[in-house]
Design a protein around this ligand. Structure first.
Ligand code: FMN
Length: 182
């Protein structure tokens, strides 16, 4: 088996944009990166675990307490060269900035090695993005060295137009690769 070009934790949270990151995960795996997917419970409403398991070739972490796929957050963070949360909900960003660790994605955030790149690609309705709670979290997280990717302006799933759309998946892929090289 050839050696991995880089180990990536790919966390998904409860946004309609979950389907958009499947191509990013697929491209990473096809290009020789090893990807372990982690989902919040809400993310599993938007994407099937079978899809992520097939794309990554590995079990997906969802439940901290599930016997076969229990989360060893410390080991997983040691294994990873980079973590990305995409799509990232307003909820998860606000939880991160408050230091909560009550499910897999936030527990991995709080226990990550802050010398390694941690990327967040937000996706949400404009009002959620503009809310002072979310904007404050963005500032707090940036201050801690977390890389918050831009959102795009355009048509949102709720029918509104505005900021909050997930960044183009090809750009997300390129940013992951750039950050792995650093
Ligand atoms: C159809 C639907 C689409 C949603 N899309 C988003 C979204 O794009 N971004 C977001 O922040 N929240 C979105 N939400 C709300 C989140 O799913 C909700 O806040 C949830 O508690 C987030 O949980 P998580 O952060 O643990 O994944 C959506 C909810 C529904 C029902």
């Amino acid at each position: 088996m050839s050696k991995s070009k880089g180990n990536i934790i790919f966390s998904l949270t409860g946004s309609i944009a979950c389907y958009k990151v499947c191509n990013v995960i697929s491209k990473l795996v096809q290009n020789g990166y090893e990807v372990k997917a982690v989902c919040t419970k809400s993310a599993t409403e938007f994407i099937g675990l079978t899809t992520l398991e097939t794309l990554t070739g590995k079990s997906v972490y969802v439940d901290m307490w599930e016997r076969k796929t229990a989360l060893d957050h410390i080991e997983l963070n040691k294994w990873a060269d980079l973590t990305i949360v995409a799509p990232a909900t307003a909820n998860i960003m606000n939880k991160f900035s408050a230091g909560f660790a009550d499910e897999c994605v936030s527990t991995l955030f709080l226990s990550h090695d802050r010398k390694k790149p941690f990327l967040i690609a937000p996706a949400m309705n404009t009002n959620m993005w503009d809310h002072p709670a979310t904007q404050k979290s963005v500032e707090v997280l940036k201050g801690w060295g977390v890389k918050i990717l831009d959102t795009e302006k355009g048509h949102l799933a709720c029918g509104d137009e505005g900021y909050g759309r997930l960044l183009n998946p090809d750009k997300i892929y390129d940013i992951i690769i750039e950050n792995l090289k650093k």
